[in-house]
Design a protein around this ligand. Structure first.
Ligand SMILES: [Zn+2]
Length: 414
C-alpha cells in the first residue's frame, strides 16, 4: 500500500511537471488589424507569436488560432519614457511635500507611479536622480510586480559636486553602485532662468569619466550655452532644452547627441496642479510665471527641433507628481505642437528611445528575438495620434499586465 502511494504520487508529480513544461512551451499568438513595428513599418492583419519572454515570429496573416484576438486594435512596441521621476508623488495632505516621507512611504509612492506608468503602455522608463530606484528596478526585474523596466541614475551631479577630480571619483562610485546612466545638471531650472551652472571643466570631467566607465550621460540644460558646453564636453543626451536655438539644435544633430525635449507633460502638469506645488522651494509665483511663459517657448522650440535634419529626438516627459500615467500626452503634443509625423513620433517613443538607452537590440522594436513588450491602442495613431493615450492591452516580457476586453470587443468595422 505505501509503495503504491509513492508510485501514484510520482506519476502525478511527473504529469504535473510535464504539463507545466508544455504550458511554458505553448506560444502566445496575438492577432491585430494593424501592427506598427517601431521602426516605421506597418503591417495589416498580422500575428505576433510570443515564446517565453520574447517575440519568436511575426506572421503576415491573422488567420489561424489566436490566444488574444485584438480585432481592429493597433499594436505598437511598449512605449519608452527616457525621463520620468518615479519618486515624485503628492503627500498625505494632497500637496507636494517639502521634505521626503518615511522610507516606506517613498518606495510605495514610487511603486504606485510605476504601476500607473505601465498601465499607460510604458514598458521601460529611465528615472533620474532617485536613490531608491535601485530597489524598485530590482523589484521590476523579478517580473512579479507590475512595473516598467527601470533604468536609474541613482544620484545626480551639479555645480556643487566638486572639482574635476572629485566629479570623476563620483562617476566611478556611480558605476560601482550600479547606475545605468549619469544625470548631470548643466543649467539652472527654468524657474530660475535656465543659465549654465556647471563649468566647462566640470562638464568635461563628468561626461569624460562616464564615457571611460562605459556609462551613458543625460544632461539637464536649458540655455544654448549650457547645451553647447555639454555637447562639446562629449555628453550624449540633452534634457529639456527650453531655450535651445537653431544653432545648438544643428550642433546636436551634427554630433549625434540625443535631444529629449519635454513639451507636452511637465509644464502642463505643474500649471494644472499649481495649488499643490505653490510655496515649496522655487515653486513660487515668479517660478510659475516662468513656466507659464515656457509653454509658448516650448511650442516654438519643438517646431524647430522637429524640422532640424538628423536631430535624434527621443521621448521623455520629465513626469513629476501628478503626471505619472499621462506620459503619452508627450507624443500627442509632439504631433500637435511640433508638427511631427505620427509615425515619427511613435518611432521616437519606441526604437529610437531604445537606441538612446543602448537597448535597441532588446526592446523598442517588434521583431523576432526582441523582448515581447507590446501594447494595443484603441484607434489608429497614424490618423488620430490621441490613440496612444487609449491603451487597452499591455504585455511586458511576454506577460500580459492589462487587457481591457471592451477595447477589442466593439469593433467590427475594419
Ligand atoms: Zn527631470
Amino acid at each position: 500500500m505505501p509503495r503504491m502511494r509513492i508510485k501514484s504520487i510520482l506519476i502525478a508529480t511527473f504529469a504535473a511537471s510535464s504539463m507545466t513544461i508544455l504550458a511554458q512551451d505553448q506560444p502566445i499568438r496575438i492577432h491585430a488589424a494593424t501592427i506598427l513595428d517601431g521602426t516605421g513599418r506597418l503591417l495589416r492583419n498580422a500575428t505576433i507569436v510570443v515564446q517565453g519572454s520574447k517575440i519568436s515570429a511575426i506572421e503576415a496573416t491573422a488567420s489561424g488560432p489566436a490566444t488574444y484576438e485584438l480585432g481592429r486594435l493597433t499594436i505598437i512596441p511598449g512605449m519608452i519614457d527616457v525621463h520620468a521621476h518615479l519618486g515624485w508623488h503628492f503627500g498625505k495632505d494632497g500637496r507636494f511635500p517639502d521634505h521626503p516621507g518615511t522610507a516606506a512611504e517613498e518606495i510605495l509612492y514610487s511603486a504606485e507611479n510605476a504601476y500607473v506608468t505601465l498601465m499607460a503602455g510604458f514598458t521601460t522608463i529611465q528615472s533620474p536622480g532617485q536613490p531608491n530606484d535601485v530597489e524598485l528596478r530590482d523589484l521590476a526585474a523579478r517580473g512579479i510586480f507590475p512595473s516598467p523596466r527601470i533604468l536609474t541614475s541613482i544620484r545626480q551631479l551639479n555645480e556643487r559636486s566638486g572639482t574635476a577630480d572629485e566629479i570623476r571619483e563620483k562617476v566611478r562610485q556611480l558605476k560601482k553602485d550600479g547606475a545605468d546612466v549619469v544625470k548631470i545638471f548643466a543649467s539652472a531650472s527654468i524657474r530660475d532662468g535656465g543659465k549654465q551652472t556647471m563649468t566647462d571643466e566640470q562638464l568635461q570631467a563628468a561626461c569624460g569619466e562616464a564615457k571611460a566607465q562605459g556609462l551613458r550621460t543625460m544632461v539637464h540644460a536649458h540655455s544654448p550655452e549650457s547645451i553647447k558646453a555639454s555637447v562639446n564636453a562629449g555628453c550624449q543626451q540633452i534634457e529639456h532644452g527650453v531655450f535651445a536655438d537653431e544653432e545648438v539644435m544643428k550642433l546636436m544633430a551634427d554630433k549625434g547627441v540625443y535631444f529629449d525635449p519635454n513639451i507636452g507633460v511637465v509644464l502642463q502638469n505643474y500649471l494644472r496642479n499649481k495649488p499643490k506645488y505653490l510655496g515649496v522651494g522655487n515653486y513660487n509665483e515668479a517660478g510659475f510665471a516662468y513656466m507659464e511663459k515656457g509653454l509658448a517657448i516650448n511650442a516654438a522650440m519643438i517646431k524647430k527641433a522637429v524640422a532640424t535634419p538628423n536631430l535624434k529626438l527621443v521621448l521623455g516627459t520629465d513626469a513629476v507628481a501628478g503626471a505619472h500615467g499621462r506620459n503619452a500626452d508627450e507624443i500627442v503634443e509632439r504631433v500637435k505642437q511640433g508638427n511631427q509625423k505620427p509615425m515619427d513620433a511613435i518611432v521616437s517613443a519606441t526604437s529610437l528611445s531604445a537606441k538612446s538607452l543602448n537597448l535597441d537590440r532588446t526592446i523598442g522594436t517588434l521583431a523576432p528575438g526582441y523582448e515581447a513588450d507590446l501594447v494595443a491602442l484603441d484607434g489608429d495613431p497614424a490618423s488620430d495620434i490621441t490613440a496612444v493615450t487609449r491603451v487597452v492591452f499591455v504585455m511586458k516580457g511576454g506577460k500580459v499586465y492589462k487587457h481591457v476586453a471592451s477595447g477589442a470587443g466593439h469593433g467590427t468595422n475594419h
